[in-house]
Design a binder for this molecule. Sequence first.
Ligand SMILES: *Cc1c(COP(=O)(O)O)cnc(C)c1O
Length: 381
Amino acid sequence: MTTATTEIPDVRLPPDLRPSDGRFGCGPSKVRPEAVANLATVSATWMGTSHRKAPVRSVVGKVRAGLAELFSLPDGYEVALGNGGAALFWDVATSSLIRAHSQHLVFGAFSSSFASAVAAAPHLEAPDRIESPFGTHPEPVARPGVDVYALTHNETSTGVVMPIVRPEGADPDALVVVDATSAAGGIPVDPSELDVYYFSPQKCFGSDGGLWLALCSPRAVERVAELAVSPGRWAPKSLSLGLALEQSRLNQTTNTPALATLFLMADQLDWLLGNGGLDWAAARSRRSADTLYAWAEASSYATPFVADPADRSPVVGTVDLDDAIDVGTVNAVLRANGIVDTDAYRSLGRNQLRIGMFPNVEPDDVAVLTRAVDHVVSSLG
Ligand SMILES: *Cc1c(COP(=O)(O)O)cnc(C)c1O
């Protein structure tokens, strides 16, 4: 997996094997050049201006309304946002959403991190961990007393997608809390099947990192209010979802956000909604994914890592290479040719390519990428 410390083989891709954009990372991921150009156009009236004044607050309002539209949020659902990204939201959930006992489906690095954060919290019971081998996903199991079901729509570390449905037989006030960081905006979802859908803006939303955004059902908002006055419960302000909700209703964040991130997020929402919304975005990613997996299945040296086609992510493609091929060298050669971030998730430890196929990625570029990989592998012979 490690890139050889020796020289990178001098393999140059011919022009027809160079994608129009070489960014295939799974977050941060490709930002549309048009969005950056739009940001440059407004830079003097946007960057360096107050986040408590109308220009910024109206863009926060646009982001909140845009997400409500993109996800067709039912009445009563709210969009909250704050600083810190999806990983920080695990701590927000630990402080502000889990009453006592959560169940976690663990099938990769991200879902495992959330379960570990909860396990370390002295005010909560030891969480239920339901695990399955990497490359698959477990199913939730309804159990009395479980007050949060923690699901992950798309495990970015393994490239596994799972359906988001309320576990049948769960306690009536149990919450379904979904890490949607790499799924949101690229995979269809029914918000009535969940209570919190949280994510960062640097994956399907092709923005920059630093923020978390959360779609919250009325039941989730109620839980936040319940825990805020629960005796013996304390949450620092930075982890209070109640405070974030209050501020979000005013189109603000509790403390200063990155203005460029907000602008790029709003621009991306315009782009997605203007082109047909979530179904359009999902179809674009699906087209990229069909190309990638069909190539891997037909290849003599590449194989989709996720065995069950139904579990294969349409936004994060994982493809194992024959052990005879050193993926570290392949990635280094690709990088030298302007194709970047095709590496496997670092702790997965596989001889694997991982390809971000978020809506910003041109499906035709994925096709070019597969031919570029073929070229590099045969040149390394
Ligand atoms: C990227 C990612 C995170 C972490 O997001 P940050 O913005 O770095 O906090 C969490 N969960 C999943 C599924 C992710 O893909």
